[in-house]
Design a protein around this ligand. Structure first.
Ligand code: SF4
Length: 243
């Protein structure tokens, strides 16, 4: 199985540190699982800037806890998070999740997150709208971002292109392959994600400038064979003679 050559880490640092998350997340979010859950819902299909803006507006209007949001007026939640996009769906989901966290977990997700990882994930995924990714965002804050590597669309794409997994691989398989591929430090995981987003782009991957092109299946399959200098000179001469 492929692993990231440690020699490439300074290269990733040099190329991608400039993209490192410029948006500052509210300080109390990572230590509070419910707030983390709300911001994860808000982050779906929008930019980080809009997500954080929507969260801050929500937090200005309401105390972000399950009891308050379960009883809040849906229209007011909707107005508060408008800048985050998909506000109709997201406001309903936030209210619904608040009610469920209140009813099923007595308003506190911390004891669930303290369960063994697999058990905690299963319990979290029983909540509506919580899939692998959202559950892992919550679990990562507890177990670390390498241990619970979140597989989003960028990671799915790059794992398949690199050939770490087959095209048909599912979430858990990709997660395991990435954990094996990357060293344990979280900084490298972040830089790798930035590389997936900015270099291994969905439509036009920039393979020629990618630090991983030498080990990448996609790049090998799609790159032109290297041109021999002598052959191209010869070709030119022949075509001139034909003219
Ligand atoms: S070489 Fe191309 S396809 Fe492979 S990881 Fe880099 S950008 Fe993605």
């Amino acid at each position: 199985m492929k692993t990231l050559d440690p020699k490439l880490m300074p290269v990733l640092e040099e190329k991608y540190a400039k993209y490192w998350w410029p948006v500052e997340y509210p300080k109390d979010v990572s230590s509070d699982p419910f707030k983390n859950l709300v911001i994860t819902v808000l982050s779906q299909n929008t930019s980080e800037t809009n997500c954080v803006r929507a969260y801050r507006r929500l937090a200005e209007r309401f105390e972000v806890n399950p009891k308050v949001l379960a009883n809040a007026d849906l229209g007011e939640i909707r107005n508060a998070i408008r800048s985050g996009g998909l506000y109709n769906i997201k406001s309903k989901r936030i209210k619904e999740l608040s009610k469920l966290v209140l009813e099923e977990f007595k308003g506190d997700l911390a004891p669930i997150l303290a369960l063994p990882k697999e058990k905690a994930k299963k319990r979290l995924m029983e909540l509506p709208g919580i899939g692998d990714k959202t559950a892992d965002v919550l679990l990562a804050s507890q177990h670390g971002y390498h241990e619970v590597f979140v597989v989003d669309t960028h990671i799915d794409r790059i794992a398949k292109r690199l050939g770490l997994v087959k095209e048909t691989a599912k979430y858990g398989e990709i997660q395991e392959a990435i954990k094996h591929f990357l060293p344990k430090d979280e900084r490298t995981g972040g830089l790798f994600w930035l590389m997936a987003k900015y270099t291994c782009r969905a439509q036009t991957p920039k393979c020629s400038e990618c630090p991983l092109r030498n080990i990448c299946d996609y790049s090998k399959k799609h790159s032109q064979p290297p041109q021999c200098q002598d052959c191209s000179v010869l070709k030119k001469k022949i075509s001139l003679r034909v003219l």
